[in-house]
Design a binder for this molecule. Structure first.
Ligand code: HEM
Length: 409
């Protein structure tokens, strides 16, 4: 494989249903420069080293070609996924303070009973059908409803907010145009979302200080200087988007993988192993994760020497997390789906200071979703294998997952 065609191959839709043979090829050269001058890293030890290296920045403003980017759009500062320490850490601490700190029950724990009710309701709606689309009828509405409740987005606003968040997902797709053009679009969509949240905050200004997340974020401190209003809006928009399509894809990839491994689906349906669902979710994050690449955020603040290559200061770096999670140096027999592995390390939630903030929410969501689907859909069969995939190679998942069933129990 020549360096000059690697990026094109990653973008090429023909690899979407099964990108893993391409990743095996990529791992033969752990760090390589590709046709647009950026670097692609695809082996586990090198990805982990870079995720923990303070010389690799998530702040796009360091890149000369991104010189016009000020933040998340007019009036909005960067959300914390696009900041480096120490500012990143301060904002993350403030969010953790309100979202689900370890020392007191947080919002996520409070959501567990609601999650079950939402899942039961969505599956009840399938009664009477013999063919269902797991994506549109289940995997999409479930996490969207959960994150809307967490952020106190009124139910009737969901369609509007869904359109805004769809626009953001679209511009995160590196197959859809130049990085600078997509960043402009992204800023526009983030600004719209920020404006939407601003409206919600204004509507609450006349009410007594509420327990809702947005008002909580304005007050939260835990010893840190509270966020400004603009920071609250930018980070609320981030939570909404980050907690959305990722979980949709993990649930859908999960159901697809279970249908391809009926013996595991059957064990889940029988419900005799209390920790099986948790092990299935962890193995899915390794074997069929939603986030395959971190393509456009990371850039080098200094020369970094790694795996015999010097990545010069000012370079863009793509970390192929999904290739790292299937690195045979990390996991024996990595291309086998095996929820019974004794050791399961993966990069499904990233690593280092930007390790997924929503992992404590995404894990129970996916556990509850897959368990209920396994237990209530009678005799589910895949209609098409592979199913049709979305274009995005970075945030990868089926566009539809049609399943025939005998009944809903
Ligand atoms: C960061 C994956 C669900 C919020 C990340 C990163 C990954 C990831 C790989 C690292 C990004 C980077 O290093 O640049 C996933 C997956 C999910 C999921 C696979 C579902 C299965 C969620 C949910 C939320 C969320 C439900 C919100 C409620 C975030 C935030 C960050 C993040 C805010 C940035 C953290 C930081 O910069 O410190 N996620 N995520 N994620 N995720 Fe998730």
């Amino acid at each position: 494989m020549t360096g000059s065609s690697v990026w094109q191959q990653i973008l090429d839709h023909s690899h979407r249903a099964d990108p893993y043979p391409l990743y095996t090829e990529l791992r033969k050269t752990p760090v390589r420069q590709v046709e647009d001058g950026s670097y692609v890293v695809s082996t586990y030890p090198e990805i982990v080293a870079l995720l923990h290296d303070p010389r690799l920045s998530s702040d796009l403003r360091h890149l000369p070609e991104m010189g016009t980017v000020s933040g998340e759009g007019p009036g909005l500062p960067p959300s914390f996924i696009r900041l480096d320490p120490p500012e990143h850490d301060r904002i993350r601490r403030l969010l953790t303070w309100d979202f689900g700190p370890p020392h007191r029950p947080g919002r996520v724990d409070g959501m567990l009973p609601d999650m079950r009710v939402i899942v039961t309701g969505l599956i009840d709606d399938l009664v009477g059908k013999t063919r269902v689309d797991i994506v549109d009828e289940f995997a999409y509405p479930f996490p969207v409803t959960v994150i809307c409740r967490l952020l106190d987005v009124p139910r009737e606003d969901e369609p509007r907010f869904q359109a805004l968040s769809d626009a953001l997902i679209q511009v995160a797709d590196p197959t859809t145009g130049s990085i600078t053009e997509r960043d402009r679009q992204r800023n526009k969509a983030m600004a719209n979302l920020g404006q939407y949240f601003g409206g919600l905050l204004d509507a609450r200004a006349d009410q007594p200080a509420g327990d809702d997340l947005l008002s909580g974020l304005l007050r939260a401190s835990g010893g840190d200087e509270p966020m400004t209003r603009a920071q609250v809006l930018a980070n609320a928009a981030l939570l909404l988007v980050a907690g959305h399509e990722t979980t949709v894809n993990l649930i859908t990839n999960g159901m697809l993988t279970l249908l391809r491994h009926p013996e595991v689906l059957d064990r889940l349906r029988r419900g005799e192993e209390p920790d099986l669902a948790a092990r299935v979710v962890e193995e899915l994050l390794r074997y069929e994760p939603p986030v395959h690449l971190l393509p456009e955020t990371r850039n080098t603040l200094d020369d970094i020497e790694i795996a015999g290559v010097t990545i010069p200061a000012g370079s863009r770096v793509t970390l192929v997390l999904a290739a790292g999670s299937r690195d045979p140096a990390l996991t024996p027999d990595p291309d086998r789906f095996d929820p019974d592995r004794a050791h399961n390390e993966h990069l499904g939630f990233g690593g280092g200071v930007h390790y997924c903030f929503g992992a404590p929410l995404a894990r129970p969501e996916t556990r509850i979703a897959l368990t209920e689907l396994a237990q209530r859909l009678r005799n589910p069969r895949l209609v098409a294998d592979p199913p049709p995939y979305r274009a995005n190679p970075g945030l990868r998942g089926p566009r539809h997952l049609f399943v025939d069933i005998d009944a809903v129990d």
